[in-house]
Design a protein around this ligand. Structure first.
Ligand code: ADP
Ligand code: ZN
Ligand code: ZN
Length: 743
């Protein structure tokens, strides 16, 4: 045995059910350079050593069996256009970057085939040339073989007849059909029927793009034509026509013969949005969404594979549509946190899209009215090409936005959740018959402690995140483990009105509104009122049909829909999301406020937005007030740079889950010392500490955070932790690179 021998894990049947059935082969030294993960190779298979093709899923220098008995790979197949190959390369990259087994990574990217009953339609067809069939017909007629004669004569007329029609209307028995098949006169052919939920309506011509929209589309198309493939960020305010611009780009890419994936958040995957694509591109479009059955999903993937569609629209998982000739991936609302998977591998669709585009030689277009700090930073530093659209496409002007300082309301004795200004504005709209949206910001809120008089929240001295109340009497930081006693008096203003803030719910807001404006019809949209399928749509359509004056809701109401009669948007407790204990709190708050404000005055009537806050001086609130993204970005980036948070630095969250508290704590300690051992320079290990949510379903959770300026170093740490974790099976370890939420 050669010391430098290497071995490949090869899969012969790459389907969801068989992912764990790999076989190890030796890579002969002359093939060493040409075999990599994803390669398609010929191998001798089974007892008879018949030659079959397989895909390489992994390479290692350790033989699993007796090397003398391990067979050699015969050759490498040059064909690299197969979609399976591309998906394997992608899965391997995901496994390495996000930390997961190859199996899990592969089952994330491969279409599920399990238990799918595909609808099949059968046709009876003539197998013989017409002249010969006519001779047979004459023979049957002569022999008074009426059934056979009837079938052949109708096939001579139509050539293909539906099987059901043959056995039904033509009244021909299956045994007759079988007999004619055996004689080689006819054949039964299967036709796959695809289940598609939306049937294309009539096509409409594209709109004429406005000059600034056209400039963006033309520039992209020029790049594309000259072979430039890169990532673009399109920053366009709500209503500036980003969707129209995407469609223009898509049109060019599919005309040049390549396919396109469009990602949009599940919540905006509404009938309205999807129909815009169907009207423009007809039945070359398909959609994926969570209401499809596994069978329906699989069908849509098959259509993509068979080149029956060019465009797939869907949430995060639509990325794995098996197109073999991808030209463009569009990610709308690219800042949305739903693009990050919360299951292993915890991938971010943006990063995976960029990798996938590289594999295919495709471009990526990211779009948002409030881009993520990461993407804007990448555009600033020249890694992404930047476009912007600053005007709304329709006449509508941007709404007037103002803040109300809720501390003043409290000082003047108003203890309701509505400022006097908001209350007056609501009553004005009711009189005029215009509509109001009230947005209750409750995103990412756990129990934090703040002062009702001055708005100060109690923060960690080391991390600039709010401390969380842990049981009674203790405040804890989840990033560094810092702890302190509960405080009774505000450190800033001395007020005793300090304590945990859970915040008021949408139901209470609805009740307060009803008692203030008994004549108003109020709808409520939150997790409670949208439990059943269709609830979400029916609330929105009732509001769109002006069956209600006021819609109260959580962040669910912020997205997507145009309500021309909404002229007032009230944002209650704008700063709630600022206190979420993670470093993205400011970003999330700014995004929510801008998106919510974008709901007002979408049509001809001027809109007004009232932001209620205890922190009118906070930069996220201030920047939202002036709808100034750059102002927000400068402040936010300064803060991230100071503390090396993404994108200034990178962070790896390691979650340790265990049956008992003690096991988890010990495993976390052991893991932390493995990680810190033989220091990798430029890496800071924080923790271990307990997670914010200490226990979920009786599983205890501990955390280690690792920070570094370089992603590669974090991946090295991850590999080290993975190797150590293999030694113990009682605890489960998972990784999250640049986490989007708290733990
Ligand atoms: P965004 O995706 O940026 O929110 P949309 O593409 O949804 O913006 O455009 C907002 C509205 O303006 C839509 O109703 C759209 O049809 C319309 N619109 C956009 N661009 C044009 C245009 N060039 N001509 C006519 N209508 C347009
Ligand atoms: Zn105070
Ligand atoms: Zn801290």
């Amino acid at each position: 045995m050669d010391m430098n021998d290497s071995y490949a894990d090869i899969i012969v049947d790459i389907s969801h059910e068989n992912l764990d059935r790999t076989f190890q082969y030796r890579i002969p030294s002359e093939l060493a350079k040409s075999v990599s993960v994803g390669s398609r190779v010929m191998i001798p298979f089974g007892k008879s050593d018949r030659q079959v093709a397989g895909f390489v899923l992994g390479i290692s220098d350790k033989p699993k069996f007796d090397p003398a008995k391990t067979k050699d790979i015969i050759s490498v197949l040059a064909d690299d256009t197969l979609v399976e190959q591309k998906l394997i390369i992608l899965a391997d990259w995901m496994r390495e970057r996000y930390g997961s087994t190859m199996n899990r990574a592969l089952s994330t990217v491969l279409p599920v085939k399990k238990n799918v009953k595909t609808a099949v339609k059968r046709d009876v067809v003539l197998k013989l040339p017409d002249s010969e069939a006519a001779e047979k017909l004459a023979v049957f007629e002569q022999k008074k073989n009426v059934a056979r004669a009837r079938l052949v004569s109708s096939l001579l007329a139509d050539h293909a007849v539906d099987y059901k029609l043959v056995t039904g209307k033509l009244n021909i028995s299956p045994s007759t059909i079988k007999a004619l098949c055996e004689q080689g006169i006819i054949d039964v052919r299967e036709r796959r029927m695809y289940r598609n939920t939306v049937s294309p309506s009539e096509r409409t011509a594209p709109v004429d793009l406005l000059p600034d929209q056209k400039a963006v589309a033309d520039d992209f198309i020029n790049d594309y034509r000259s072979g430039i493939r890169t990532t673009y960020l399109l920053h366009g305010i709500t209503g500036s026509g980003k969707t129209e611009v995407y469609m223009e780009m898509i049109d060019h890419v599919i005309a040049s013969g390549r396919s396109v994936i469009v990602l949009i958040p599940e919540i905006s995957l509404t009938y309205q949005t999807v129909m815009r694509f169907y009207r423009r591109f007809g039945d070359r479009v398909s959609t994926l969404h969570s209401r499809l059955s596994d069978g329906e999903r699989y069908d849509q993937f098959e259509r993509a594979k068979n080149h029956e569609i060019d465009i797939m629209i869907g949430p995060r998982s639509a990325l794995f549509t098996p197109f073999d000739d991808l030209g463009l991936i569009v990610i709308d609302e690219e800042h949305e946190s739903s693009y990050k998977s919360d299951q292993m591998p915890k991938y971010h669709a943006r990063d995976v899209a960029i990798k996938l585009a590289q594999i295919h030689g495709a471009s990526v277009v990211l779009g948002s009215a409030t881009p993520s700090v990461e993407s804007y930073n990448a555009a600033r530093s020249g890694r992404y090409k930047f476009y912007s659209l600053k005007k709304r496409a329709k006449e509508a002007s941007l709404p007037d936005v103002c803040t109300v300082d809720m501390r003043d309301e409290l000082a003047s004795g108003n203890r309701t959740v509505f400022s006097r200004k908001l209350k007056d504005a609501i009553s004005d709209r009711i009189v005029r018959g215009q509509q109001v949206m009230l947005f209750l910001n409750r995103r990412g809120v756990s129990s934090f402690v703040s002062c009702r008089s001055c708005g100060e929240a109690v923060k960690c001295p080391h991390c600039d995140v709010s401390l969380s109340q842990h049981g009674r009497g203790k405040l804890v930081c989840h990033y560094c483990g810092y702890e302190q006693e509960e405080i009774k008096v505000c450190g800033k203003c001395g007020s005793r009105l300090i304590g945990p803030m859970g915040g008021i719910g949408t139901e209470a807001v609805q009740q307060q509104i009803k008692s203030m404006f008994p004549q108003a019809v109020v709808l409520r949209m939150d997790a409670d009122t949208t439990r059943k399928k269709g609830d979400y749509e029916s609330i929105l359509s009732a509001f769109a049909n002006r069956e209600a004056d006021i819609l109260v809701g959580t962040q669910m109401i912020v997205k997507g829909h145009d309500f021309p009669y909404v002229t007032l948007v009230g944002i209650l407790a704008a700063d709630m999301s600022l206190y979420a204990n993670d470093y993205r709190a400011g970003e999330r708050t700014f995004q929510l406020l801008v998106q919510a404000a974008g709901r007002a005055g979408r049509d001809q009537m001027k809109g007004q937005v009232i932001i209620q806050t205890y922190r009118p001086d906070h930069y996220a609130i201030n920047a939202a007030l002036s709808q100034d993204y750059d102002l927000f970005y400068e402040e936010e980036m300064g803060y991230r740079t100071l503390l090396s948070y993404p994108p200034a630095g990178h962070m790896l969250a390691i979650l340790i889950e265990s049956r008992t508290e003690k096991e988890g704590a010990e495993a976390a300690d052991a893991l932390a010392s493995v990680i810190s051992d033989g220091i990798i320079t430029g890496v800071a290990v924080i923790g271990p500490t307990t997670a914010t949510i200490k226990k979920i379903k009786d599983v205890f959770r501990h955390m280690i955070y690792v920070k570094s300026m370089e992603t590669e170093k974090l991946i090295e740490i991850k590999d080290r932790a993975e190797a150590a974790a293999l030694l113990s099976s009682d605890v489960r370890i998972s990784f999250d690179l640049d986490p989007m939420g708290g733990y």
